[in-house]
Design a protein around this ligand. Structure first.
Ligand code: IMP
Ligand code: MG
Length: 215
């Protein structure tokens, strides 16, 4: 059976020449007139950088899944805009579905106890499934979903992440496709929330680390 290549991981790219480096943040204030951003927030990835990278990844996925029965699965809520923009740029047919997880822990760290709060509506047995998530942090959520979906015997199961924070990994999991690798900062925007808000920003911003004892 034809499966997408396992070494499909393109390197996470630095910012194109002439654009600010995504790992050298710039203040967010000027980019979002009127939005109530947390004090000290900085833009990590501009909307243009995000969209450029999604076009590249969508091209790679379109090549890898050509001729295959592809089902993309958005991990809600955070991956909603990323999944939408990624699917729009695929040049191969793809069906879409979604799952949602709940995890317990405090605002900035998952406890590792993950449950499925919304299941797929599709049967995935024998299909090529691509999980699309916003960020891989501890890895608990991705590992849980990969384990849960693998039991349904898809033809292949891969993970595509907008952001990867490998320095935070607790459960070993590596996305097959990563748009951007970032350092240990808490980010929001483009689907990711800060205290339940700011998901609708077209860019990704970071809040400064809390002083010790205030996390
Ligand atoms: P995990 O720790 O890899 O299981 O990540 C679980 C989920 O926590 C992610 O899918 C996000 O929804 C959320 N998350 C992790 N890091 C961040 C962050 O920096 N900002 C916003 N949400 C985050
Ligand atoms: Mg998520």
């Amino acid at each position: 059976m034809k499966t997408p290549p396992h070494n499909a991981q393109p390197a996470a790219v630095p910012a194109p020449a002439g654009e600010p480096c995504p790992l050298c943040p710039t203040p967010a204030a000027g980019a979002s007139a009127g939005a109530a951003l947390p004090p000290g927030s900085r833009i990590l990835l501009t909307a243009a950088q995000i969209q450029t990278r999604i076009r590249q990844i969508a091209g790679q996925i379109s090549t890898d899944y050509k001729g295959l029965d592809l089902l993309t699965v958005a991990v809600l809520e955070g991956a909603r805009p990323f999944h939408r923009d990624l699917v729009q740029r695929l040049t191969v047919p793809a069906a879409s579905d979604a799952v949602q997880t709940s995890s317990y822990g405090h605002a900035h760290a998952s406890s590792g106890v993950v449950t499925l709060s919304r299941d797929l509506t599709s049967n995935i047995t024998g299909r090529h499934v691509l999980l699309v998530d916003d960020i891989v942090d501890s890895g608990h959520t991705a590992a849980f979903l990969i384990d849960a979906l693998a039991r349904r015997r898809p033809a292949s199961l891969k993970l595509c992440a907008l952001l990867d924070k490998p320095c935070r990994r607790v459960t070993p999991v590596a996305p097959h496709y990563t748009c951007f690798t970032i350092n240990d900062v808490f980010v929001f925007g483009y689907g990711l929330d800060y205290k339940g808000q700011l998901r609708d920003l077209p860019y990704v911003a970071a809040i400064p680390p809390s002083p010790p004892g205030e996390e």
